[in-house]
Structures are given as structure tokens and as C-alpha cells.
Design a protein around this ligand. Structure first.
Ligand SMILES: Nc1nc2c(ncn2[C@@H]2O[C@H](COP(=O)(O)OP(=O)(O)OP(=O)(O)O)[C@@H](O)[C@H]2O)c(=O)[nH]1
Ligand SMILES: [Mg+2]
Length: 304
């Protein structure tokens, strides 16, 4: 399957919702105020957000000569506009300039997809890179096992502490090992489930501060993983984590599980953080580098 097909299939729920309803709204009608109102409601229902929705409606309004049979040109116009908004968020997570070791610290709320995304990412990093995965979710044995399983399948090295060991001390040991044994990438998984947000954030701040004692801040990338099915709640999560942690970029998962894929656009509009990857399914091959064109066009169910 080519990459565009992966995006199309991952965004099927959103594109079915958007294209079916927009085509329906345009059927046998000129584009009058009633049609525009209908399209506005559809766009808002996909969590695209008010600001972007208003912008899109204005664009449709200012483009004359749309006839009733021209639903496809409306969808194309919307896709092109969304692509322009998303374009600045494209930025690869890994670059040829990455230092040895580069630390990828994964953070995010419980169940957002951190551990699964790390498993998928290992699959993508070129084979000539030496990778060490550190399990800093020391609160649950199952969390360590879940991560270990991904690394075993893909032959990368794995470091775990003892159960309930301070996650920050595990992170410290992982960084020490990586420096000594010259790893290219260190991927650190953290727990999302703590008794409350303050505890979670304090824990993450501590992990990062301990890592910073060993590794230059420029070589630490803090990746916030967001669950795409959380819709506009993702915006709150970026704000909350952003207050305590210096976020380098985002990964948005479970796009395949929602008809509200438009929420990614709200996030892209509100924050300048790069969106490195999107999760389009549960399997190892379902993590894809974020691509504005493929995302926007697949979202509206049209060819590139
Ligand atoms: N459909 C789909 N499911 C996903 C995707 N990414 C993760 N999941 C599923 O989401 C669930 C939670 O994922 P985890 O990776 O365990 O989440 P986590 O952030 O590590 O959770 P905690 O360790 O509890 O903080 C699992 O069942 C994953 O298979 C995705 O892109 N698509
Ligand atoms: Mg986990």
C-alpha cells in the first residue's frame, strides 16, 4: 500500500463523515446562506474549530461560480486551504544532525498511545542506528512487559529498573548506559497514569531534570503524545503539559478511531509545535510521518 493509501484508510471515518455530509449539503442546491450554514455545522462537528471553520466558509463564499454539481471542487478547495494551515507543522523527528545520544522523552496522559508509538517508531528508525529503550513507567509490571515485547520483536536494547524504582533514577541509568555504550537514540517511556495531573507533571519534570544532568538540553526531544479521539480536549492537554515541560513536538495517535480528525487542525492552528507523526492504526507499520497534503486531502476523501 502506498503512503497516501495509508492516510486515506486511516482517515476513513473522518472523510466519510465530512464528504458524505458536505456532498449532501450541496446536493441540488446553489451555494446560498442555508448551504453555508449547513457546511459550517458539519465542519464544526468534526472538531476543526471555530476559527478555521470561519476561514473555510469565507473561502467558499468568496469563490464564485460554484454550481450544485460541483461538490468536488468545494471539497478540493477545503483540502487546499487545510493543507496551507498544516504545512508549517511538518517537521521530521529524526534528522541527520542528531547527536549521539539523542534522547526522545515520551510524555502524555494515560492511554494516549506512548508505549505503542515507541514500539512503532523503533520499526521506522534505520537499522544502522543503535537504539536503547528505557522503561520509566515503573508503576506497573504490565507496562514494562508491553514495552519489552515491542523491543524484543525488533531487536533493540532495553533497560528497565526494578518495580516502583524512582522513574527518574531509571532515566539517569539509561542515559549513563547510552553515553558509555554510544547509542544513537534513547527512547524513554513514561507513565501516564498517576493519581493526579500535578503528580504526573512533577514526575516528568524530575525525569527531565535528571536527564539534563547528563545530556545537553539541545539533544533532548520531549514528545507529547495525544490521543486523536480526544477531539478538542487535545488543546487542553497541550496547554497543561506545555506549562511544565518544554515540548519539542507532537505525535497524534488513533486518527483511525475517530470521525473528528479535524481536531488535529485545531491543534495545528493554535500551537506552533511540529506534528512529527500520526498514528493510523494499532500495528507496527501504522505510524506515519505527518504530511500536510496527504492528511488534508485524505480527510476530505479526495485524491491528492
Ligand atoms: N486504533 C489505534 N489504536 C492505537 C493507536 N495508538 C495506540 N493505540 C492503542 O491505544 C491503547 C493505549 O496505548 P498505549 O500505548 O498503551 O498508551 P500509553 O500512552 O502508553 O498508556 P499508559 O502507559 O497507560 O500511560 C492500546 O490499546 C493501543 O493499541 C493508533 O494509532 N490507532
Ligand atoms: Mg504506556
Amino acid at each position: 500500500m502506498n503512503i497516501f493509501k495509508h492516510f486515506q484508510s486511516g482517515l476513513k471515518k473522518t472523510s466519510n463523515f465530512l464528504s458524505t455530509n458536505i456532498i449532501g449539503a450541496l446536493k441540488s442546491k446553489k451555494i446560498d446562506q442555508e448551504t453555508l450554514d449547513e457546511i459550517e455545522t458539519i465542519l464544526l462537528s468534526s472538531d476543526i474549530g471555530l476559527e478555521v471553520t470561519n476561514h473555510l466558509i469565507q473561502k467558499i463564499q468568496s469563490t464564485k461560480n460554484f454550481k450544485s454539481e460541483n461538490a468536488n471542487s468545494v471539497l478540493k478547495l477545503l483540502a487546499n486551504e487545510l493543507e496551507l494551515i498544516l504545512q508549517p507543522r511538518e517537521k521530521p523527528l529524526l534528522t541527520s544532525r542528531d547527536y549521539q545520544p539523542t534522547i526522545l522523552l515520551f510524555i502524555g496522559v494515560n492511554g494516549s498511545g506512548k508505549t505503542t508509538t515507541i514500539g512503532k517508531l523503533i520499526n521506522i528508525i534505520p537499522n544502522d542506528k543503535k537504539i536503547l529503550v528505557g522503561a520509566c513507567d515503573t508503576f506497573r509490571a504490565a507496562a514494562v512487559d508491553q514495552l519489552k515485547k515491542w523491543t524484543k520483536n525488533q531487536k533493540v536494547d532495553f533497560h528497565q529498573g526494578s518495580l516502583e524504582q524512582d522513574p527518574a533514577s531509571v532515566a539517569y541509568n539509561v542515559c549513563q548506559k547510552a553515553q558509555k555504550e554510544q547509542y544513537d537514540y534513547v527512547i524513554i517511556d513514561t507513565a501516564g497514569r498517576l493519581s493526579n495531573n500535578t503528580n504526573l507533571l512533577n514526575q516528568l519534570v524530575k525525569i527531565k531534570s535528571v536527564i539534563s544532568k547528563k545530556i545537553n538540553a539541545d539533544n533532548i526531544k520531549t514528545i507529547l503524545v495525544l490521543d486523536g479521539t480526544n477531539g478538542s480536549n487535545m488543546v487542553n492537554q497541550v496547554e497543561t503539559f506545555g506549562q511544565s515541560m518544554n515540548i519539542s513536538g507532537l505525535i497524534i495517535t488513533k486518527i483511525d478511531g475517530t470521525a473528528k480528525g479535524g481536531a488535529l487542525i485545531s491543534v495545528a492552528k493554535k500551537f506552533e509545535f511540529p506534528i512529527h507523526f500520526v498514528g493510523l492504526g494499532e500495528k507496527a507499520e501504522d505510524l506515519h510521518e505527518f504530511n500536510a497534503k496527504k492528511f488534508s486531502h485524505s480527510m476530505l476523501g479526495i485524491e491528492e
